[in-house]
Design a protein around this ligand. Structure first.
Ligand code: ZN
Length: 556
């Protein structure tokens, strides 16, 4: 706790204000198992929205670990609901390299042959690429696994298909089918389209491999159902033609409908907590609770409903091309910054915009500065994140208890990236006060990493920080007063002034020589960039090689 509380005239923030602590408290007080779940149906493109559950779940696991009233070790699982059927042929998919690519007509035709089949039986559009996954399900899951590794979230990935094959769901299927009247009553309350002869099991047709909804009889003793492969309505929108085959399937050769499968996962995997989006809150959560209690005789997990976030002000949509992937975002920010985004209040809708990612990075940097006492927390929320949450934002391999990171301001770092080699970048950072005089190797790595990430951002988005400095002094003749002001500025830069001091010196030299301030700034940009305007001049000059700046100013 900072000693300056009184100066802020505010109450110290209690750690229970962090939403993950509140979630952990509910798990403990309601005696739920400390097992956190998330899950996804592998449709479309694996994107950063899938990490709502992975990362938010991870914060709750850490919060559970901090409690001393929990006996079992907290764990996190994430299910790939990969026995779900392919419902529609997507326009765009993610290539093994993580690029959004459009499918051509031939590829779409090929995929459409597999509509209605479980994702584990749908070939990946990239199956022919060396080293790539064979199936759609595995192609999708491999991204989530790699991203979780990058973010160092120790989550166990579980395949629904493997659970069915291994018989892990046998008891859940048997129970749902044995209590058929109860199952039907619950469903009738929540799903108007379910008819009187509704059976909560969908076999995989032995002939055509599609998931078919029409069960004609149930044999609990043999653990089988008879079915006819009819036309299937998928997601109420797409109809897949059945092949007409009549057959018998075991409880392992099909799947529970989602409304039953979800609570079956809670039961089978012993789940005590699950975050999910608003879509489920208004749909399958309510029926899931009733099925858990009335059919399976278990308590549902403690829920957390999160708001979906927007990207660039809109709903993420692969076909519209506005989809962010974890690896795409990690091209511009450290994993800690991305973890910070997901540590923010899940109930608030947010907009993630890579073009404006410097704002998020600055917010994170302020939390980090406050954590290490380098700056005062600006408000109670920042204080809460600095004191309670910060260590959970760092990856374990980052050694948060030992290693104090160094992160030069993001937009400044983007300009430092003009220098090509590491030594020049480090020299500039040291001179501008953004690196200690005697940095550790880890601190040098942090600083260089920040420069690289910020430079990627500036260049990819071609913003004002993507400076390109003129190699030669431009062929512009400045008047005598301007040249004299440049000379004074050179002295200031040479003396080792900070970015802010250089910025002030620009104003002062202009005034001393009766120059129009705006005009003098423009001349400065002309001299270095060959253009009328640019980023703040003080930080720009501080970000460039000092000898070069001094020489250019005196050369004008
Ligand atoms: Zn069939």
């Amino acid at each position: 706790m900072s000693s300056d509380d009184d100066a802020h005239n505010s109450e110290p923030t209690s750690t229970s204000d962090f939403w993950a602590d509140e979630a952990a408290r509910r798990v403990a007080e309601n005696d739920r198992p400390p097992v956190v779940k998330g899950g996804v149906s592998p449709s479309g493109v694996p994107h950063i929205g899938n990490f709502n559950e992975v990362l938010r779940g991870a914060f709750v696991v850490r919060a559970l670990e901090r409690r001393d009233d929990i006996e079992d070790e907290p764990r996190q699982v994430f299910t790939s609901d990969d026995r779900d059927p392919l419902r529609r042929v997507p326009d765009t998919v993610l290539s093994p390299e993580g690029e959004l690519v459009e499918l051509d007509a031939e590829e779409r035709d090929e995929l459409s042959e597999h509509l209605g089949k479980p994702y584990v039986d749908v070939p990946s559009p990239f199956a022919d690429t060396a080293g790539a996954a064979d199936t759609w399900a595995e192609h999708f899951a491999s991204f989530l696994r790699e991203d979780a590794e990058r973010l160092e979230v120790p989550v166990e990935f579980v395949s629904n298909d493997e659970m069915y094959r291994a018989g892990d769901f046998d008891e859940a299927v048997r129970t749902a089918l044995s209590k058929l009247e109860t199952s039907r009553d619950v469903i009738a309350r929540h799903q108007r389209t379910a008819g009187e002869d509704y059976v909560p099991f969908m076999p995989i047709c032995a002939e055509c491999g599609r998931i078919t909804p029409t069960v004609t009889s149930v044999n609990i003793e043999d653990e089988t159902v008879d079915y006819v492969c009819d036309d299937a309505e998928l997601a109420g929108e797409y109809t897949v033609e059945g092949c007409g085959h009549r057959g018998t399937a075991t409880f392992r050769e099909g799947k529970l409908p989602w409304r039953f499968e979800w609570p079956a996962q809670w039961w089978t995997l012993n789940i005590g907590f699950e975050p999910f989006g608003k879509d489920h809150a208004e749909g399958s959560w309510e029926s899931g609770v009733e099925i858990a209690e009335q059919v399976y005789g278990i308590e549902p997990p403690e829920p957390l409903v999160y708001e979906f976030f927007l990207v660039d002000g809109e709903k993420m949509s692969a076909s519209a091309g506005n989809v962010y992937t974890v690896s795409g975002v990690l091209r511009y920010v450290e994993p800690s910054v991305l973890r910070y985004f997901f540590a923010l209040d899940p109930k608030k809708q947010r907009d993630l915009s890579l073009a404006d990612i410097h704002h998020l990075v600055n917010d994170f940097d302020r939390v980090e500065d406050a954590h290490y006492g380098r700056e005062e927390a600006a408000d109670e929320t920042e204080r809460l994140y600095a004191e309670r949450v910060y260590e959970d934002l760092r990856a374990p391999s980052d050694n948060p208890t030992e290693h104090e990171p160094v992160r030069p301001p993001y937009t400044f770092a983007a300009m430092v990236g003009v220098a090509e080699d590491d030594e020049a970048r480090l020299a500039t950072l040291r001179r501008s006060g953004h690196l200690p005089d005697d940095p550790t190797e880890a601190q040098k790595r942090d600083a260089l990493r920040r420069v690289e990430l910020a430079r990627n951002w500036a260049l990819d988005y071609e913003n004002q920080y993507a400076v390109r400095v003129l190699d030669e002094t431009p062929d512009v003749s400045f008047d005598e007063e301007t040249r004299a002001a440049f000379g004074e500025l050179a002295d200031v830069v040479e003396s080792g002034a900070s970015p802010d001091e250089i910025q002030n010196a620009v104003f002062e030299s202009a005034r001393e020589h009766d120059l129009d301030v705006g005009g003098f700034f423009s001349d400065g940009y002309q001299l270095f960039l060959g253009q009328e305007s640019g980023p703040k001049l003080g930080p720009l000059l501080a970000a460039l090689d000092r000898d070069f700046v001094v020489e250019r100013l005196r050369d004008a």
